[in-house]
Design a protein around this ligand. Structure first.
Ligand code: SF4
Length: 389
């Protein structure tokens, strides 16, 4: 029996009666008058544009600019980034989260050096082939850096178009994604792709914000179906987010001969390549001190004795809300950590002086524990092996 096939055709923006020339003109005029002065907009250097696009994923603009400025000062071009060690790149990324982005930057720098002679590629396909570059990022780099006539649909653009077109279905649904992509392609001002794409993203960031869009100040208010129908507060339609999971963890700062033990997380683990103090998730009914004793034995083969608390740090990782309790700890009597430690769950371990800790990249909770540790008045006595309270 022949099988029926179904073809889902997405309505196009053109068919939805939007006045496209007016949309483009109003948006571009507004952008010319309201665009933020951002460092990568000044240079339009493809390396800068690429870096900004990767850094700004999941990151607020102010924070992104600060990280961008530090990164460019240290790695002024792709060759400098390619020559850097992973530890150095991760350290500059520390606190931004989603560390796979930083590792992909290094991989992509290598590709640019090897395949493109150190010159950032212009073609959409070549840009898309770089590690860590998805369809949106490729479109953004190609249009912003090279004025290529391709759309760039990020979360800001999705929100604006879901409101302008008054789309009443979840924007994560494949058919809706196609509809929004088609609308973005129809609306794109091909001669001014650089300005147009940035303008649409900027409108979403500054005016058509997730909560409380500023419709009275919006240049395309007269073209917005959502505003006309009074539905803006329900657009875009989002699926419920993932359930938040709370995790309690404990870790121990072990000193030996004036140095502190740290280990590097494995490449196939969460936070690969970052450094940490051994520890882990508290099991049901376990006290944090018991957790760190158990985890030290499992991860390093070392028997340790927990000491006083250093602090309790809270951090977030995707849908996880983590509470980390950090403790001073000492090797159990008769144990020599340098001679006896093993790498059961790490790629590398070191004994470092306290001031050296700031050279290594740690996951957020551990990084904040380092700050607390370095300002703890008991640190000198602890390093000297004295009893501390
Ligand atoms: S009128 Fe309001 S809802 Fe519509 S695009 Fe402008 S800010 Fe967004």
């Amino acid at each position: 029996m022949p099988r029926k096939s179904f073809v889902l055709t997405a309505p196009r923006a053109l068919a939805e009666g939007l006045d496209i020339p007016a949309f483009r003109a109003r948006l571009l005029d507004w952008f010319a008058a309201s665009a933020r002065d951002l460092p990568w907009r000044r240079s339009l250097d493809p390396y800068h544009v690429w870096l900004s696009e990767i850094m700004l994923q999941q990151t607020q603009m102010e924070r992104g600019v600060a990280y961008f400025t530090r990164f460019i000062a240290r790695f002024p071009d792709i060759a400098a980034l390619d020559a850097a060690s992973e530890d150095e790149v991760l350290k500059l990324w520390e606190g931004l989260g989603y560390y796979s982005r930083a590792r992909n930057l290094r991989r992509a720098a290598r590709v640019v050096m090897e395949r493109h002679g150190g010159v950032f590629p212009r073609g959409l396909a070549e840009i898309r082939a770089l590690p860590g570059v998805g369809p949106y990022t490729a479109g953004a780099i190609a249009s912003v850096a090279f004025n290529a006539a391709v759309p760039a649909v990020d979360a800001n653009v999705v929100r604006v178009l879901a409101r302008v077109l008054d789309i009443d279905a979840p924007v994560s649904a494949p058919a809706v994604k196609r509809r929004i992509a088609a609308a973005a392609a129809d609306l794109l001002d091909r001669e001014h792709a650089r300005a147009f794409n940035q303008a649409l993203m900027e409108l979403g960031a500054l005016v058509c914000r997730p909560r409380k869009p500023e419709c009275p100040a919006c240049p395309i208010a007269g073209l917005c179906l959502g505003l006309a129908r009074g539905t803006t507060q329900w657009r875009p339609v989002l699926k419920p987010g993932p359930e938040i999971i709370r995790i309690n963890m404990a870790c121990g700062v072990l000193a030996w001969d004036g140095r502190i033990y740290i280990q590097k997380r494995r490449n196939n683990d969460v936070w690969p390549g970052l450094w940490e103090f051994p520890g882990g998730v508290m099991e049901s009914g376990e006290q944090p001190e018991e957790t760190l004793v158990r985890e030290y034995m499992e991860e390093t083969g070392l028997a340790v004795a927990p000491g006083p608390a250093i602090g309790m740090l809270r951090s977030s990782y995707t849908r996880y809300r983590i509470t980390l309790r950090g403790f001073f700890c000492a090797a159990a009597p008769g144990v020599d950590p340098v001679a006896e430690h093993r790498l059961n769950e790490a790629d590398e371990a070191r004994f470092v002086e306290p001031r050296e800790l700031t050279r290594f990249a740690f996951p957020s909770g551990h990084a904040r524990l380092v700050t607390k540790l370095l300002t703890d008045l008991r640190l000198s006595a602890f390093l000297a092996g004295e009893r501390i309270g």
